[in-house]
Design a protein around this ligand. Structure first.
Ligand code: PBG
Length: 328
């Protein structure tokens, strides 16, 4: 009898066949664009290590948001660079802080654009850590509960300005529960929380720290961000944030942590986001600038991989280009 040959190539013969059997689809609804707003500048300032990404002066935020809407995106995530930094991150929770004012400006210009705010203290602390620090001799400590108090104030001030979703990125223990409780107690029970639930202490945040002017002035973030070696611990971190009331959980960075993303999506029945971070962006940009990679093809492949691995939402500096590329 003639041996049956399996021929998977039958379904790869033409673009139409490939379109018909494709399992993963990207759309403009998948992507969230980060925006950096700086009180210190009067005109757009390019970020050298992130070609194509800029810091915006406050008066240009509304116009930038309008462009985002026009591109067909649903959401932005805001980061602020304040005029002054101090040891209490006062700018983070100021009623008229840089992010709070940017939220108001965006909501006035494009009421339907979802505004997510990054809730962290590092850009507002003179020492650049994500929490309140205490120096004791040779050592410094990032104090958990004192930091959570300031994060709660920050989240409330963002909600009061009109943010749809607050996104704590600090990795302090118990902050999601504390923020949820405070939002509910102040009439913001509709404000959602997207928690950076499994955020690793990563070398790939380098360019962001130039963009957000937030590098730690001493030490590193390894007592609060996670050890890149730990997957089970990441699942425990996510479980805690789910219990504490997170609406969306995030894994960050993206490509080196695809296994975590996959396991989070499988284990928790919750919208799962992934942050394709600054260093991951810079790598591809650098290679593309040298002609070593086709940027569009590489980016579409990366984003498809993230979605295939379980991402419902992807934070990416290519969001605007992707809205265009995924329409073709
Ligand atoms: C704030 C924060 C960081 C990023 C997002 N929120 C930097 C950090 O933790 O050092 C990184 C984003 C990126 O690299 O694109 N804590």
């Amino acid at each position: 009898m003639r041996k049956l040959v399996r021929r998977p190539r039958r379904l790869r013969r033409s673009p139409s066949l490939r379109n018909l059997v494709r399992e993963t689809h990207l759309t403009s609804h998948d992507f969230i664009l980060p925006l950096f707003v700086s009180e210190k500048i009067r005109e757009r300032r390019p970020i050298a290590s992130m070609p194509g990404v800029v810091q915006l002066p406050p008066h240009e935020v509304a116009a930038a948001a309008a462009q985002v809407c026009a591109a067909g995106l649903e959401a932005v995530i805001l980061f602020g660079i304040p005029n002054d930094k101090d040891e209490q991150a006062s700018g983070a929770h100021a009623e008229k802080g840089v992010v709070q004012e940017a939220v108001r400006a965006i909501k006035k210009e494009c009421p339907d654009l979802l505004v997510i705010t990054d809730v962290c203290l590092c850009e507002y602390m003179s020492h650049g850590h994500c929490g309140v620090t205490r120096i004791d001799g040779e050592h410094f400590h990032v104090l958990n509960d004192e930091s959570v108090e300031l994060l709660v104030k920050t989240a409330i001030s963002h909600a009061a300005a009109g943010a749809d979703i607050v996104a704590p990125s600090d990795m302090m223990d118990g902050r999601v529960g504390a923020i949820r409780e405070a939002l509910d107690a102040t009439g913001f029970e509709q404000t959602a929380i997207m928690s950076y639930a499994a955020k690793f202490a990563s070398a790939f945040y380098g360019p962001f720290r130039e963009a957000a002017e937030s590098p730690p002035q001493f030490g590193d973030r390894r007592t609060y961000q996670m050890d890149p070696a730990n997957a089970n611990e990441a699942l425990r971190e996510v479980a805690l944030d789910v219990e504490e009331g997170a609406d969306i959980v995030m894994v960050k960075p993206a490509l080196p942590y695809l296994d975590i993303l996959w396991r989070v999506r499988e284990r928790f029945d919750l919208t799962t986001a992934v942050y394709h971070v600054s260093g991951e962006y810079a790598m591809v940009k650098a290679a593309a600038e040298r002609g070593w990679l086709d940027e569009e093809q590489a980016v579409l492949e990366i984003m498809t991989g993230l979605k295939r691995a379980g991402a419902d939402l992807i934070v990416t500096y290519w969001a605007k280009e992707l809205a265009e590329w995924t329409r073709r």
